[in-house]
Structure formats: structure tokens, C-alpha cells
Design a protein around this ligand. Structure first.
Ligand code: EPZ
Length: 407
């Protein structure tokens, strides 16, 4: 157990570089298990979730070497082993073992997937897709002597199930097609990686076509983390500061930046991203699948609304993703939860003690603490460090008073 101790109200200033995107890095790590030979991944972020993902593929016989910003993965000695339930229970992206192990070994034991539990996170699309590609379910195991190509349509876009589709289809002889896929930009990194491994992948307005086969080792650079960028920009606004965020693609953040602009902020994306505001008018945040406002920035925006003129946060991806609000309330955030979403009232942020209920909820509490006068404690810091690299160091370099402490 660990906590952040934060003395708020320091205006953040300076420049910060975001790390590689967590949600782009994780699919690539699992996909590397399906490639024959050695791969290089450049820019894996130094976060808890990446460590667990690497340990999970190491269990399957991958050998991993990290040198500076490059991670080398060799799979010459890969062989199937039942994934350790303890590791699987700590990472939602361990669902990518389904695609990776079925592709590489023709079998996988499924279940017990962990990660942020802000609402039920079913895997029915993943399992139905595996069935369509010829996998047979037997208790908690899936086996497939030979995968077959398929044409498949998800009822709604799912990032995780689209990742598994790409991993499976890229290793399967023949042409597969997925309709209604997720289009989140972090999937682009996986597409680049699989293309460099020899797969043919084309995307159009309706879906993704993949022509797969035996894949060789590949190379990719992980894109910058847009959610980290949004978090840092929100920290800047909530403290009345002015920071420059480098390394993230402004286009990926455009729904977030557009809402800030509409509320009266000055947004500049000429060199990195800067956002400044004297005040912000009420904001309406409706999170949905890409290209809409990203659900992972919903919790991040909530304390910002509270600190300025209030507004609404409505999440249409994760219908119950509001659990973090009861922790934000301990830092002064007033809200009313209705059937359709949360109304955030203009509030005076106050120092207090709160806990990270999940990764982004924890980051939201840090933002509220940064905007409150006095000392706050945010518990379960390790939950936040699962997804934000060098968070304390970066915030401190920007002028925040933040300390990490093991309990
Ligand atoms: C990914 O989760 C991200 N995680 C999440 O980020 C993010 O919130 C989410 O995508 C949406 O953008 C990673 O990339 C590791 P989904 P994932 O499958 O893949 C429904 C963060 O904070 N669904 O796109 O698990 C589901 O209930 C994390 O970084 C099914 O019904 O999400 C949801 O309503 C949290 N059946 C919607 O689809 C399924 O089999 C989207 O979920 C799969 C999904």
C-alpha cells in the first residue's frame, strides 16, 4: 500500500513529455508472443501494467531484455503454460492472452481477468469471436488445432476484442474481416506492429480486413499517451498554471481540447499542447467510443468542472463509471448522480483524504488535491502508478508539492 501526499495550490509551469501510451503498449506486448523470432518495441512506458504484461509473456517462454527505451522480445523458446491467476487478476489486458496464446499455442485457459473494476467488464465478444474462428470451449479452456478466417461483426465497438481480432486474424492463414471495430488511435500502434511482422491489414469506413499467416519478428514505436497528456493539461488548468505538453498527438485529444475551447480556454497546438484559462463556462462531457470524447478522460475532467463552473459527465461506454465521485467528494467536489450521468456542481476544492478506486479515478483525486489549499492524502497510489510513468517526478518538476510514500 502506498499514498501520495500533496500540498495543493502550486501553479504548474514548464514543459512535460508524456510517456508511451499504456493502452497502445499492452496489445503490442501480447502480440509479440505470436511472432516468430525477435521483436523490438521502442518507448514502453515504465508503469506497473507493462511490468505485469511482460511477466505474463515471460511465463509463456518469451525472453525479454530492456535496454534504455528499447525492449527486445524473443519467442524462440515459447511454450504454453497456464497463466498465473495472480498476475492475470491484476491486469485487464491479460485478456490479450486469449488471442496471443490461441494463435501461438492453439490453447489458452481463460478467466479471472483483473484491472480497473469500475463496472462489469464482460468478455463475451472475445469468446464469441474465438468460436467463430474455430476455437472450442471446454470449461475454462479454449483450444483450436487450426484457426480459420472469419467475417465477424461486434454488436458495439470494443477496444479489447478488436485487439484480439487483430492478433488472431494476423496469425491465421486467409482473409478475415471485422465489422464495427473499435477505432481508438492506440490500436494504430498494434496495426503498425503486425504489418511490420508481415500481416496485410487494411481499414475502411466499415471495418478491418486482415490477411494473415506465419509472422516474423517486428519493430514498432509506441505512440505518446494522450490520456496522460489530458491529465497533465487538466492539472495545469486546475492549479491556474500554464504548462506545455510534448509527445502526444493533439488530433487524438481533439474532443477534449474542443470542449475546453468551447468553455473559454485558449488552446495552442503549434508546438506541443498548451491550454490556458482565466475561467471556464459549464461543460457537457459525453464520453463514447472514438472519435467521441474518451471515457478515460471523463474522471479526469470531473474535478476541473468542479473547480470552475460545473457541468455534466455522461459516460456511454462504461455506464456505471462514476464510483470515483464519492472519493472526489472527500476533496470538496459536489455532484448529483442521475440515471443518465453525473451533474458536477461548482465546488470549493478542499484538502482531505481519498483513495484511488481505479486508475483514472485516482488521477482525478490527485487533480482535486492539486487544486485544494493544504495537505491531502491520496491512498492506493500504486493503482495510479499502474498507468502513469514517473508521475511524482513529473509533477514535482512542474512545481507541484507531491510526495510518494509507502505505508
Ligand atoms: C479498453 O478497455 C481500455 N483498456 C480502457 O482503458 C478503456 O476505458 C476502454 O478500452 C474504452 O476505451 C485497455 O486498453 C487496456 P472495451 P476494454 O472492450 O478493452 C463492452 C484505462 O483507464 N463490451 O472497449 O476492456 C463493454 O462493457 C482503461 O486506461 C462487451 O459488452 O474496453 C463496454 O461497454 C480503463 N463485451 C464497451 O464494450 C465484450 O466482450 C467497450 O469496452 C467487450 C466489451
Amino acid at each position: 500500500m502506498s499514498k501520495f501526499i500533496i500540498r495543493g495550490k502550486n501553479s504548474l509551469r514548464g514543459t512535460v513529455n508524456v510517456a508511451g501510451s499504456k493502452n497502445a503498449a499492452l496489445p503490442v506486448i501480447f502480440a509479440a508472443l505470436t511472432l516468430f523470432g525477435s521483436s523490438q518495441i521502442i518507448g514502453l512506458p515504465d508503469i506497473g501494467d507493462v511490468d505485469i504484461a511482460l511477466r505474463l509473456i515471460e511465463e509463456q517462454g518469451a525472453s525479454i531484455t530492456r535496454q534504455g527505451s528499447v525492449t527486445y522480445i524473443n519467442t524462440d523458446r515459447a511454450s504454453y503454460k497456464k497463466p498465473s491467476p495472480e498476475l492475470v487478476s491484476r491486469l485487464r489486458a491479460s485478456t490479450y492472452l486469449i488471442g496471443a496464446c490461441l494463435s501461438r499455442f492453439g490453447r489458452v485457459d481463460v478467466g479471472g481477468y483483473g484491472g480497473c473494476a469500475f463496472c462489469p467488464r464482460p468478455i463475451d465478444y472475445h469468446l464469441a469471436l474465438c468460436g467463430a474462428m474455430g476455437a472450442l470451449a471446454n470449461g475454462d479452456s479454449l483450444t483450436a488445432a487450426r484457426l480459420r478466417p472469419t467475417v465477424y461483426k461486434f454488436p458495439k465497438p470494443s477496444v479489447g476484442a478488436t485487439v484480439n481480432f487483430l492478433i488472431l486474424a494476423a496469425s491465421t492463414d486467409g482473409e478475415s474481416r471485422l465489422l464495427n471495430p473499435a477505432r481508438e488511435p492506440h490500436i494504430d500502434t498494434l496495426v503498425e506492429f503486425l504489418r511490420s511482422a508481415g500481416a496485410y491489414i487494411e481499414r475502411d469506413g466499415e471495418g478491418i480486413t486482415v490477411r494473415g499467416g506465419t509472422l516474423h519478428g517486428a519493430e514498432v514505436t509506441v505512440r505518446g499517451d494522450a490520456i496522460e497528456a489530458g491529465t497533465m493539461l487538466a492539472a495545469s488548468l486546475i492549479t491556474g498554471g500554464g504548462i506545455r505538453v510534448m509527445g502526444a498527438d493533439p488530433a487524438e485529444l481533439s474532443p477534449f481540447l474542443a470542449i475546453l475551447r468551447r468553455a473559454g480556454a485558449t488552446v495552442d497546438t503549434e508546438l506541443g499542447i498548451t491550454v490556458r484559462a482565466e475561467g471556464l463556462s459549464p461543460m457537457l462531457v459525453i464520453a463514447d467510443a472514438y472519435p467521441a470524447f474518451p471515457t478515460d478522460l471523463g474522471p479526469i475532467t470531473a474535478p476541473l468542472l468542479a473547480a470552475f463552473s460545473g457541468g455534466h459527465v455522461i459516460d456511454r461506454v462504461w455506464l456505471g463509471r462514476y464510483g470515483y465521485l464519492s472519493e472526489l467528494a472527500k476533496l470538496g467536489v459536489s455532484y448529483v448522480l442521475g440515471e443518465k450521468g453525473a451533474k458536477i456542481l461548482p465546488s470549493r476544492l478542499t484538502a482531505g483524504s481519498a483513495a484511488a478506486t481505479d486508475l483514472r479515478g485516482g488521477a482525478a483525486c490527485i487533480l482535486a488535491a492539486l487544486g485544494a489549499e493544504g495537505y491531502s492524502e491520496i491512498h492506493s497510489a500504486e493503482t495510479v502508478l499502474r498507468g502513469y510513468a514517473d508521475l511524482c517526478k513529473k509533477l514535482t518538476a512542474l512545481g507541484a508539492d507531491v510526495e510518494y510514500s509507502e505505508i
